[in-house]
Structure formats: structure tokens, C-alpha cells
Design a protein around this ligand. Structure first.
Ligand code: NAP
Length: 261
């Protein structure tokens, strides 16, 4: 296996009992990183922690809590006060029509997908700079580049995070601290399954037909495997990735049609 040069480093991986967060934690654990993983549901989180320990031999602490609250962030940071690696992630906002969304709905989305990652960065980035090593990866969405009509709150809130970190990434890079974003297209997780179900209820197609449609829209002819995103996350966190700064890496099987990113 490729040596990423990060064995013994400490990471907080947010929202990591399932799906993309779990895959990032697993890949980092495989690279010898000590992990603190978070999620709201304690039982699933403990199970995932045990599974990652079993599969990788990594040290894993489960810090249950809602990462979109101060209390949840405090718990994660108490379990790992000096992270070398921070993977920001949380649940995505619900789909729908923007006419139905109240100010409170928007505030929740902006809190979860823009402000919570910024608060985690705020709590950890100065220590990373002082120690001259830091890797911050935000899981955003392909919707930052190519808006998804029924996911307006995701399009908006994540674009806000992307704009903010584009600036900050250039301010901290000289300290060997990088901030980059992973932009997933369709990956086969619970989130994708519930989004396909939502579409199926509206389109009259079956759930399976909706999933097949997702795959058909992707030049790779399939949806993504979460472990593929985990591998990309570990790569961005590698010791040798210090020159990759402020990038938005699309993982979408070629769905975004452009000559250049
Ligand atoms: P998922 O399979 O539903 O997993 C979400 C994970 O996050 C679970 O472990 C969940 O555990 C945890 N979580 C959710 N809200 C949390 C919170 N407030 N605090 C702490 N943990 C929380 O979702 P996923 O597909 O991996 O998606 C992860 C992110 O990527 C989402 O923001 C999603 O919108 C985005 N995304 C996904 C895709 C895709 O195709 N899968 C594409 C584009 C963007 P608990 O519920 O127990 O907290």
C-alpha cells in the first residue's frame, strides 16, 4: 500500500458512522491515522468505530454528538484537541421547492453545511499552523459546480462554504496547512437512496428505476463507491499533498461536462 506519510497523525472525521464520512475515516485509519469520529446516533457510531478498529488496527474514539451544535463540536474537539487532519461533513439539507422553505429552514441548512465546518476550522486551524502540518477536507457536493434543481439549499449553503475556504486556504498554505473540498456526485449511500426514493415518489418510477437513471446519467455508467471518495480524502491528507491548495475535486464519474474543471 502507498505510504501517505501520515501514520500517527490525529484526525477528526465528522459525520462518519455511515456513507462518505465513514469511508474517509476508514481510509485514514488504513493509513495509520488515529481517529475521532462523530455522528448523532451513538450505537451506529460505536459499531463503525469497532469495525474500523477491526479492519485497520487504528485507534478510534467515537464522540457521539450533533456536529451542527456547539455541544457536538465541543465533544469532538475535547476527544481530539489538536487535530492534524479535519474532515468536515454533515447531513445534507432536504430536497424541495424553495417557495416552501422558511427562513428557519435556510438557517438550518447554512448552519449545517457552511457555518459548522467554518466553526470546526476556526477551532483547529491555528494549532495546525503552529505545528506546521494540517489537512482540512470539506465534503461538499457536485452541486457547488452544477446546481441540482431540487436541492436549492444544498446548492446555496455549500457554495458559501466554498467561497469562504477559497480565501482562507491561501492564508494558511504557507504553514503547510491545506484546505480542499471533495465534491461528490452520486455515491451509493443512505443519502442517495433516500434522494432516489423522493424522486421516485414524484416521477411515478420505481426506486430501482430511479437508481438506474442516476447511473445512466454518469459517463462511468455507475454510481460511486464510497470507498473511492475515502481514498481521495486520504490522498488529499497525505504528507506529500501540501502543494494542493484550495482545490475542488469532483468525484462524479465524468457527469460534469467540461473540457476543464
Ligand atoms: P449518509 O449515508 O446519510 O451518512 C450521513 C452520516 O452523517 C451518518 O453517519 C450520520 O449519522 C451523520 N450525520 C448526519 N447529520 C449529522 C450531524 N448533524 N452531526 C453528526 N453527524 C451527522 O450520507 P452521505 O451520502 O454519506 O452524505 C454525506 C454528505 O455528502 C451529505 O452532506 C450529503 O448531502 C453529501 N453528498 C452526498 C452525495 C451522495 O451521493 N451520497 C452526493 C453529494 C453530496 P447520524 O444520522 O447518526 O448523525
Amino acid at each position: 500500500m502507498l505510504d501517505l506519510g501520515i501514520a500517527g497523525r490525529k484526525a477528526i472525521v465528522c459525520a462518519a458512522s455511515k456513507g462518505l464520512g465513514r469511508a474517509c475515516a476508514l481510509a485514514l485509519g488504513g493509513a495509520g491515522v488515529e481517529l475521532v469520529i462523530t455522528a448523532r446516533g451513538r450505537e451506529a457510531l460505536e459499531e463503525t468505530a469497532a469495525e474500523i478498529r477491526r479492519l485497520t488496527g487504528a485507534k478510534v474514539i467515537a464522540a457521539a454528538g450533533d456536529i451542527t451544535t456547539e455541544e457536538g463540536r465541543k465533544r469532538a474537539l475535547e476527544a481530539c484537541p489538536e487535530p492534524d487532519i479535519l474532515v468536515n461533513n454533515a447531513g445534507g439539507p432536504p430536497p424541495g421547492d424553495f417557495r416552501d422553505w422558511s427562513l428557519e429552514d435556510w438557517q438550518k441548512a447554512v448552519n449545517a453545511n457552511m457555518l459548522s465546518p467554518i466553526m470546526m476550522i476556526r477551532a483547529s486551524v491555528d494549532g495546525m499552523c503552529a505545528r506546521r502540518f494540517g489537512r482540512i477536507v470539506n465534503i461538499t457536493s457536485a452541486s457547488v459546480k452544477s446546481p441540482i434543481p431540487h436541492l436549492g439549499m444544498s446548492n446555496g449553503a455549500r457554495a458559501g462554504l466554498t467561497g469562504f475556504v477559497a480565501g482562507l486556504a491561501r492564508q494558511v498554505a504557507r504553514h503547510n496547512v491545506t484546505i480542499n473540498n471533495l465534491l461528490p456526485g452520486p455515491f451509493l449511500t443512505d443519502r442517495l437512496k433516500s434522494s432516489a426514493l423522493y424522486q421516485a415518489q414524484r416521477s411515478g418510477r420505481s426506486f430501482e428505476e430511479e437508481l438506474a437513471l442516476r447511473a445512466k446519467e454518469v459517463p462511468a455508467g455507475r454510481v460511486g463507491d464510497p470507498d473511492e471518495l475515502g481514498a481521495a480524502c486520504a490522498f488529499l491528507c497525505a504528507a506529500s499533498s501540501g502543494f494542493i491548495v484550495g482545490q475542488n475535486l469532483l468525484l462524479d464519474g465524468g457527469a460534469f461536462n467540461a473540457t476543464m474543471g
